[in-house]
Design a protein around this ligand. Structure first.
Ligand code: CAO
Length: 251
């Protein structure tokens, strides 16, 4: 049997490096938020056995409905994030193990009956994950308004610890910047995080054998392999894909 503490003790220590010996450098202090986040991210990366499942989700219909919505109600425009959160809530209902946390000791799973979605927000002082509460009872407009209000607070340093607590699962969207996939770090005590990158048009085979251009959203689901197995992660993402094509997503 492997003696894990003994194994860790044998790892080479990280030696201090005098970077200035190699050329000009400048030192910049990390912000308080960055220092705190570093501790949490490092802990989560080391203590949770992460696996990331990648897939492309067809959002052609969703994007058409969103374009219609935005043309109809320009005063409350939506990005893809709000319908994505609604589809995520429906997927959590179908797969309760994704809306859970492991209790200390690691032998009991707490299944949550609430649907609070953490949303990673980039701010000048670092990454913050405020939580949009009660997403199962919020309209798309209310979800979008909550994200906007929380993001504004995060960027203005006004976010409280309470507003960053109690998530079911988290979403990290880099879609406005591009990308084809990444490996988001789970926001413990959640057991999964959904990363999304930029929607892009892909030529697919149409039913008649010709070419059909489809809008695809790349999704990257990191999950805690102690709680979720790979097959369930694949099923969860396929379910999410179905929910994003639902005719009632924008009702
Ligand atoms: N594909 C293509 N375009 C997308 C997109 C996607 N998946 N997601 C958003 N966009 C577009 C929006 O439609 C919007 O377009 P318009 O300017 O034409 O209206 C534009 O990108 C900007 O969107 P946004 O970022 O303002 O809004 P959002 O609802 O997508 O996201 C928020 C809000 C707060 C989550 C986001 O601003 C943010 O801070 N993301 C950073 C998350 C992050 O850093 N994650 C990394 C964590 S790991 O280090």
């Amino acid at each position: 049997m492997t003696d894990v503490p003994a194994l860790l003790a044998k790892l080479a220590p990280t030696a201090p490096v005098d970077f200035a010996a190699f050329g000009a450098v400048e030192e910049v202090k990390l912000s308080r938020i960055q220092t705190l986040a570093a501790g949490f991210l490092g802990r989560n990366w080391v203590t949770i056995p992460h696996v990331t499942h990648h897939d492309d989700v067809d959002v052609t219909h969703c994007e058409a409905m969103r374009a219609e919505w935005n043309a109809r109600t320009p005063e409350s425009k939506l990005t893809i994030l709000s319908p994505l959160i609604r589809a995520l809530v429906a997927s959590l209902r179908a797969f309760p193990r994704f809306n859970a946390s492991l209790k200390e000791g690691g032998d009991t799973l707490v299944l949550k009956k609430y649907f609070n979605i953490g949303v990673a927000v980039e701010s000048p002082v670092g990454l913050l994950v405020p939580v949009v509460t009660g997403c199962d009872s919020k309209s798309l407009t209310e979800i979008a308004a909550s994200i906007a209000a929380l993001a504004a607070k995060a960027r203005g340093k006004g976010l409280s610890m309470a507003e960053m607590s109690g998530s079911s699962i988290s979403v990290s969207s880099l879609g406005h910047l591009g990308g084809t996939g990444f490996t988001p770090i789970i926001n413990a005590p959640d057991v999964a995080i959904l990363g999304v990158t930029a929607v892009r048009e892909i030529a697919c085979k149409a039913k008649d054998g010709g070419i059909a251009w489809r809008k695809m959203l790349p999704v990257s689901l990191s999950y805690d392999h102690r709680v979720i197995n790979g097959a369930d992660a694949a099923r969860f993402v396929r379910h999410l894909a179905g929910e994003l094509q639902s005719a009632t997503l924008f009702d």
